[in-house]
Write a protein that binds this ligand. Structure first.
Ligand code: DGL
Length: 269
């Protein structure tokens, strides 16, 4: 079985191409909504939380875990691989490499969470792929929470998205990286504000291809059956409807508890 998780339903932007490629895999998705958004917490807190979530998926039978969240990958991917050497992990990193290759003006904007930008992973991505381009980073507080609430369009969402996309345009970027798996669900608004000439880079398809390659290597161990189990921490109300709206899938939502309840997300400084 393949375990997939995110702080919420953002990881569906990765799960959709995964299911297109691996329609017959047995998948358990965990939306950690009781604890999200991750991106506004410290990397240490996210690492501790992600450790519990991954252990939960492994205890349910996952032989492979897809960390369908940039923040969780930035905080914990290295630790997870060291802790669970028998499990295959696939994670995310901001797609600066394809963005730098695509940018003719050599100016790239990256939209991601505060925690992702604070991580060593992001620093290493910039070291590896950002040396010949100007990288303009914008931490998009509140975007993941808006998507979780199903706020994908309208004047308030437009204002929220414009707050970060307009400054990128002022910096004359021609390429924008979606560095959080929730943001593809805001892509129509981002596109409307950015205009038709800006390249928007979403790594989901490339990550899905990597998932398929790794799953192929594991063979029948990843399971068969076209089954998608969908678990959620926190209140499950409205989640099935939101998933159907975002993906077209009709699913049953299973409420689960993973670890102890946690404190509130720190408020704005
Ligand atoms: N979807 C997540 C990411 O890719 C995290 C959003 C959040 O929980 O803040 O970074």
């Amino acid at each position: 079985m393949i375990g997939v998780f995110d702080s919420g339903i953002g990881g569906l932007s990765v799960l959709m191409p995964v299911r297109r490629l691996l329609g017959d895999a047995d998948i358990l998705y965990l939306a950690d909504r009781g604890w999200g958004p991750y991106g506004e917490r410290s990397l240490e807190d996210v690492r501790a939380r992600v450790d519990l979530v991954a252990s939960h998926l492994i205890s349910q039978g996952a032989r492979m875990v897809v960390v369908a969240c940039h923040t969780a990958s930035a905080a914990a991917l290295t630790t997870l691989r060291a802790r669970h050497p028998d499990v295959a992990f696939v994670g995310m990193e901001p797609a600066l490499k394809p963005a730098a290759a695509a940018s003719r003006k050599r100016r790239v904007g990256v939209l991601a969470t505060e925690a992702t930008f604070q991580s060593e992973l992001f620093a290493s991505v910039v070291d590896r792929f950002g040396t010949n381009v100007a990288v303009i980073a914008r931490a998009c507080r509140g975007w993941a929470a808006a998507v979780e609430e199903g706020h994908l369009d309208g004047p308030e969402v437009e204002a929220m998205v414009g707050e970060h996309v307009v400054p990128l345009l002022a910096h004359r970027v021609d390429t924008i990286v979606l560095g959080c798996t929730h943001y593809p669900f805001l892509a129509p608004v981002i596109r409307r504000i950015a205009g038709p000439d800006i390249e928007i880079v979403d790594p989901a398809d490339a990550v899905a291809r990597q998932v398929a390659r790794v799953a192929g290597g594991l063979g029948p161990e990843v399971g068969r059956g076209r089954a998608l189990r969908f678990q959620v921490t926190g209140a499950p109300t409205g989640v099935a409807e939101l998933v159907e709206r975002l993906t077209g899938w009709r699913i049953d939502v299973e409420g689960v508890r993973v670890g102890p309840p946690l404190g509130p997300v720190p408020s704005d400084p």
